[in-house]
Design a protein. Structure first.
Lengths: 158, 391
């Protein structure tokens, strides 16, 4: 991946001027590279990483493992695309290993999520089994620590 | 008791490190953003730490051979072969030490007789002259210049050579300036040294930290290996400062003497660290590359930022320091650093702590996260606005 993308991944709020300094390019070059990446769909969006514990958000989040039967022509794509349509579903990934699709689902309560799984997901054609695990605490996301600041343990010796 | 009369005179007159004094001051303040530390902010790569944990579980941690584990010395020899294309015999020409610091100490002690002159390229890390003095040698500073990007020139070297000159200390990539010596720069130095009996102590602890081109060692230059004492270590390249492991390489007649000092004062370098260092050399090229890439982003960011606000600085191609001029403020280095600390709570190190010719400059370390550097730059910009910068 390019240095530009890596920098944006670590902090999407770096200004074009700052990015230009770090990459040894001009501000205009950086601006046009980012525009091109957005245009081509390489960059799909920019979000913030939030410690939800410190907000008034009381939603719960669950990881859901799904075993499904792939379709003859389209494999897993059809069912993944149908699942994506639900607003409750935050992410959908096709996985190797014991199950096929991994979802993250958000809801107002444990019950709401559980109902969503049993009524919507399990009921879908091709879904063989589901396993729901609720997220209790988030320690690190996108390489950023959620609760603690990283402390500098170095003493000023040299 | 009158301790003053009891302390060895040559030790008593050694000045405490200028970096130290300044850090003590910083330690008395809250909310200080430091750009002062000279060690990596990265953690030691996990595979290295894991090896140490495994070794602690499985092995007896006993002394190793005086010169270090044979397997480690073989790894070092292979590393030097691929990085600086120079062969050292692992059995007779490599001694594993307690950090680069011990390597510098025992190398100097092995060759300096009372009265011998040791040329010390300045600005430089603070340890060389005191070690020379403790060996009863005479440190002779060679002051490099900002206009030459703090490289050592052949003329500057020639000027300081006398019939008492025993050793040249060549610390590149350089702490504090970030200067490097290219092959061409070293060729010119080699030309002056050829035909003399002057030895070179080449401190290459920052050899992995070069940006845009690979490090070149003076040992690679024709006729120089025979007179070079090469010092290196794991602290900077592999973010292993606290593991205290370095090494010194030289022709066997020199290492035979160097290892004598080492065996009496140290016996052998830390055993766990030696096991871990083998993993560092054999398996961690990718981790090193990642760290260098990250340093490079920070380096470019700082160089641009300082030049923009009037603290001019050349493009430092090595180590993890920039060395901007503070001339635009009209202050001395120490004044600048003290005021910056008091007014904006940012700690940088006065350039004169590294030799007189560092006056008018400050050392800024970029062994810090970009976020940290950005906050510091904001504060320094504000400071410059009040004190004569063009910000």
């Amino acid at each position: 991946m390019s240095d530009l993308l890596n920098l944006l991944k670590s902090n999407a709020r770096l200004t074009n001027a700052q990015l230009a300094d770090m990459l040894g390019k001009s501000e205009a070059e950086v601006a046009s590279e980012i525009a091109a990446l957005e245009q081509k769909g390489v960059i799909r969006g920019y979000t913030a990483i939030i410690n939800e514990e410190l907000t008034d958000n009381t939603e719960v989040e669950a990881l859901i493992e799904l075993r499904v039967t792939p379709k003859r022509d389209t494999g897993f794509d059809d069912i993944a695309k149908t699942i994506m349509l639900y607003d409750e579903v935050e992410s959908v990934s096709l996985m190797s290993g014991k199950y096929d699709l991994a979802l993250t689902v958000k809801g107002k309560s444990l019950k709401e999520v559980a109902m969503f799984v049993s009524q919507r997901l399990s009921a879908m054609d091709g879904v063989l089994a589901t396993a729901t695990s609720f997220v209790l605490k988030r320690y690190k996301e996108k390489n950023i620590l959620i609760e603690e600041e990283e402390r500098d343990e170095r003493s000023m010796v040299w | 008791m009158n301790y003053d009369n009891l302390i060895a005179k040559r030790v008593g007159k050694i000045k405490p490190s200028g970096i130290r004094r300044f850090f003590d001051l910083a330690a008395t303040m809250d909310n200080v953003i430091s750009l002062g530390v000279g060690e990596p902010d990265f953690s030691t790569p996990w595979s290295i730490r894991k090896e140490a944990i495994d070794v602690l579980e499985r092995k007896k941690i006993v002394y190793t051979a005086n010169s270090g584990m044979q397997q480690l010395r073989e790894s070092i020899a292979r590393y030097l072969e691929r990085s600086i294309h120079t062969s050292y015999d692992p059995t007779h020409e490599i001694v594993v030490t307690v950090g680069g610091s011990e390597a510098i100490d025992i190398a100097i002690r092995a060759v300096v007789d009372p009265g011998d002159e040791v040329l010390v390229v300045e600005p430089a890390f603070v340890c060389y002259s005191p070690i020379v003095e403790m060996a009863c040698g005479v440190p002779v500073p060679i002051q490099t210049k900002a206009e030459n990007h703090f490289k050592l020139t052949a003329d500057e070297l020639r000027e300081k050579i006398t019939d008492k000159t025993k050793l040249l200390v060549l610390p590149y990539p350089n702490n504090p300036t970030g200067a490097i010596m290219t092959r061409e720069d070293l060729e010119a130095i080699a030309e002056v040294l050829r035909g003399t009996d002057i030895l070179v102590l080449s401190d290459e602890i920052y050899c992995e930290m070069t940006y845009g081109r690979k490090h070149c060692s003076i040992a690679e230059i024709d006729g120089m290996r025979e007179r070079t004492i090469l010092v290196n270590g794991f602290s900077k390249s592999y973010a292993m400062t606290g593991w205290r492991l370095g090494y010194v390489c030289a022709p066997a007649p020199l290492t035979t003497q160097i290892v004598k000092i080492h065996q009496y004062i140290i016996m052998s370098a830390p055993t766990v660290s030696q096991y871990a260092a083998i993993v560092a050399l054999e398996e961690c090229d990718a981790e090193v590359e990642h760290m260098i890439k990250e340093y490079n982003l920070r380096r470019r960011y700082l160089v641009e930022a300082f030049n923009r606000i009037g603290m001019t600085c050349f493009n430092p191609e090595g180590a993890f320091y920039v060395f901007p001029s503070i001339q635009c403020t009209g202050m001395t280095s120490e004044d600048f650093c003290e005021k910056l600390l008091e007014e904006e709570h940012v700690a940088v190190v006065p350039g004169n702590a590294f030799g007189e010719c560092g006056e008018g400059f400050v050392r800024v370390s970029y062994a810090y996260s970009l976020k940290h550097l950005m906050t510091a730059v904001e504060r320094i910009t504000r400071f410059l606005e009040r004190h004569g910068g063009k910000a």
